[in-house]
Write a protein of this length. Structure first.
Length: 126
């Protein structure tokens, strides 16, 4: 590290440590689950892709958003997996308490249930 004459460093402070996926060790993963009738799953997936994912990804503090789908007979499961800089960033998106599930206007026409919460997990890989 180089130092200026008064002893101060001329280099930028180190970035927070990150995982091999490029996420900071302080990142928070948020997981939401919902189910639709399988005959409505394709349209719901389209709305998730065109409305929900862009909304999540454009939110300050969001580090990534992924929608997962699994068909199980007449029911299709959806998981929304998002990564955030902090719980404060999540609260800015969903409100308080941080566990509150976020729903869109179109959800009522698709979801079999409205689970009230999402779960949060610390991200690490080492």
């Amino acid at each position: 590290m180089s130092e200026m004459e008064d002893g101060e460093s001329t280099e930028a402070p180190a970035s927070p440590p990150s995982s091999s996926a490029g996420l900071p060790d302080s990142a928070v993963a948020r997981i939401w689950h919902g189910t639709t009738p399988t005959d409505k799953a394709d349209e719901y997936q389209r709305l998730m892709r065109t409305v929900a994912l862009p909304d999540y990804r454009s939110t300050p503090g969001n580090l990534g958003a992924f929608a997962l789908q699994r068909r199980d007979g007449d029911v299709t499961h959806f998981i929304m997996l998002t990564f955030w800089e902090s719980e404060e960033a999540i609260v800015a998106f969903v409100g308080d308490p941080v566990e509150t599930a976020r729903y869109y206007d179109f959800d009522a026409g698709f979801l079999l249930d409205r689970e009230p919460t999402a779960s949060h997990h610390r991200v690490f890989d080492r």
